[in-house]
Design a protein. Structure first.
Length: 140
């Protein structure tokens, strides 16, 4: 038996995770969603959240938008501390290594994310921080 995974404490995200699992990853038809599991930087517990993604070659790309809040989401801080993560796309669960996109990569990848989810542009305009773009590289 594996370690217990703790879903996001945010009710909207927790419900999204439940729908994702119940539908085999098709919680919102027409939107590419994945589940990202990180290890809590303080607790060491496995933490799961749901995110919109785009593909870039063999990688998955997500935004640490936190809906435009002035602080990074906890999942982002967790993967900065421990970049070995798990990604679930549909029914497939893949080990992956996470990294923040470089400044040179970010412009192109941010454009892909905004094309997939235009609300990201409003989120960026709502905060003074630069929203990190995260590249998830599956391995193993």
């Amino acid at each position: 038996m594996g370690e217990e995974i703790h879903d996001s404490p945010h009710p909207f995200v927790a419900e999204h995770i439940r729908r994702f699992l119940a539908t085999g990853g098709d919680a919102r038809p027409g939107t590419n969603d994945l589940l990202l599991t990180t290890r809590g930087r303080s607790t060491g517990r496995l933490r799961r959240t749901a995110l919109v993604y785009v593909r870039d070659g063999g990688h998955y790309v997500v935004a640490a938008s936190n809906a435009g809040a002035d602080r990074h989401p906890a999942w982002y801080l967790n993967l900065v501390a421990e970049p070995e993560v798990s990604v679930q796309v549909g029914a497939r669960v893949l080990p992956a290594r996470a990294r923040t996109a470089t400044a040179a990569e970010r412009t192109r990848l941010w454009g892909l994310l905004v094309d997939a989810m235009p609300a990201y542009q409003a989120y960026q305009e709502a905060t003074s921080r630069t929203i990190p773009v995260v590249v998830l590289a599956p391995h193993g």
